[in-house]
Design a protein around this ligand. Structure first.
Ligand code: DWN
Length: 422
């Protein structure tokens, strides 16, 4: 496994929010490839960069974070293989979100809606249907192109202060500013929040949502959602500190089960008196306190649990191999690559992976070099075990792949524990 010594010097050992020296390790997942760096067949014999993957918690602001920016967003997101529109559960969830926003904030043809990291237009399309003025900001050129084809006005740029300035100069600002599953991907939170402050109208509402929310993240030991494009892992405790630095205030919160446990925040300018602070905010503060989120040991004992889970994952795959069982995986999510690479599970133990995304089929997983195929092959090869790597969509996947039971095939998940499904 190869990484340049210089990269280690790039590692920050200071908190990306408050600059406090990082002293408390949450978990060290070794050195791994970028989790979305899928490989073309022609590149399988080329050098493949591996990087340290370590998470720390700051003892001042309790932000859980990678110890540095191994990769720049430009390297990760300029051409990206994650398209949001490949999961019904996710599409249903975000349709409900759009409908709630339109109703709750009385969006109409005078409402300006801007979404940061708008992907393929999966969310903004619901505003378009209501003729609500919108703008998507999407850094991945291949994905922005698809959104534009769907008639979603999209600018292909990274969001930050510079882009916000350009938007402001072009007369754009937001009554509703959406940032769904983007904040964990932002290495420079200060620059990002300055940009948000720049384009959010005085009476505007920012709706932030992110997976890897700290309560379920710790309670279910969600280590596979740690990868180089997830620079930060938030709690209400840590995110309130970030937002207050920019006179932004949370007036409502919602805990969500999607993606293994997410948090949605409704945020306003502190001097905007149009929205009362809801009881939900204080209730979540109390819940986080009861879960020990302001106690460092709550974070540092994560690592031991990860080691225990790793043993159970390895046990499953090695026992199946020993018993001559045919094992394949369903879904080629980024999280699956963290799990496989950290546990050392590769193509000796897994015959192939399937994924419905045509953008991933034919490629190979980073690090393990397991090929990604179309799900139809499962009916042909009749595997004994189908390990669902995209466990956050387990129900949807098991429903559509129910036919594996015709040959007594079994589904298996590795999260929140190794479990062979009935
Ligand atoms: O933060 C992020 C989360 C929200 O989404 C991004 N960094 C990238 C991405 O992470 P991920 O790749 O772990 O996400 P998913 O959404 O869990 O990936 C699901 C994968 O499974 C996709 O490649 C699509 C595939 N899939 C499938 O093959 N059949 C999904 C469903 C629902 C299916 O039925």
């Amino acid at each position: 496994m190869e990484f340049k010594q210089s990269l280690l010097e790039d590692l920050e050992m200071n908190c990306r929010l408050c600059n406090t020296e990082l002293e408390h390790l949450v978990v060290d997942l070794g050195i791994t490839p970028l989790s979305n760096a899928f490989i073309e067949e022609s590149s399988l014999d080329k050098k493949e960069p591996f990087y340290p993957l370590r998470v720390y918690v700051c003892h001042e602001c309790f932000l859980v974070q990678l110890d540095g920016n191994i990769q720049t967003p430009k390297n990760i997101f300029s051409k990206y293989l994650y398209f949001s529109s490949f999961s019904k559960i996710w599409l249903d969830h975000t349709k409900e979100l759009a409908c709630e926003i339109i109703e709750k904030f009385e969006c109409g043809q005078n409402t300006s809606v801007i979404e940061i990291a708008s992907n393929d237009g999966y969310l903004l399309k619901h505003f378009k249907e209501k003729n609500i003025p919108l703008l998507g900001i999407e850094p991945a050129s291949n994905i922005a192109e698809i959104a534009e084809k769907h008639g979603i006005k999209t600018i292909n740029k990274f969001f930050g202060l510079e882009t916000a300035n350009e938007l402001k100069e072009s007369g754009y600002n937001a009554d509703i500013l959406l940032a769904i599953n983007v904040l964990p991907h932002v290495p420079d939170l200060h620059n990002f929040l300055k940009g948000i402050k720049m384009i959010l109208k005085k009476d505007g509402v920012l709706i932030l949502q992110f997976s890897t929310y700290m309560i379920p993240f710790l309670q279910t030991t969600e280590f596979d959602s740690i990868y180089h494009e997830h620079f930060s892992y938030f709690s209400l405790l840590s995110i309130e500190k970030i937002l207050s630095t920019f006179d932004l205030e949370i007036f409502d919160v919602k805990e969500l089960s999607i993606h293994g446990g997410s948090l949605r925040l409704y945020v306003k300018n502190a001097n905007n008196s149009n929205y009362m602070i809801q009881q939900s905010v204080n209730e979540l503060r109390k819940k986080e306190n009861n879960c020990g989120l302001s106690v460092i040991s709550e974070y540092t004992k994560f690592s031991k649990r990860v080691d225990d889970i790793k043993l159970k994952i390895c046990d499953f795959f090695f026992s199946a191999k020993r018993d001559g069982k045919k094992v394949v995986c369903y879904g080629a999510p980024a999280k699956g690559n963290t799990m496989l690479n950290f546990c050392g599970i590769d193509k000796d133990l897994i015959e192939y992976v399937v994924d419905i995304s045509p953008h991933k089929q034919g490629l190979y997983l980073p690090g393990t070099h397991i090929q990604i195929k179309h799900p139809d092959i499962i009916r042909k090869t009749k595997p004994d075990y189908v390990v669902i790597l995209a466990w956050n969509f387990k129900e949807e996947i098991m429903e559509k792949m129910d036919y594996i039971h015709e040959w007594n095939g079994k589904f298996v998940v590795m999260h929140p524990k190794v479990e062979i499904q009935k």
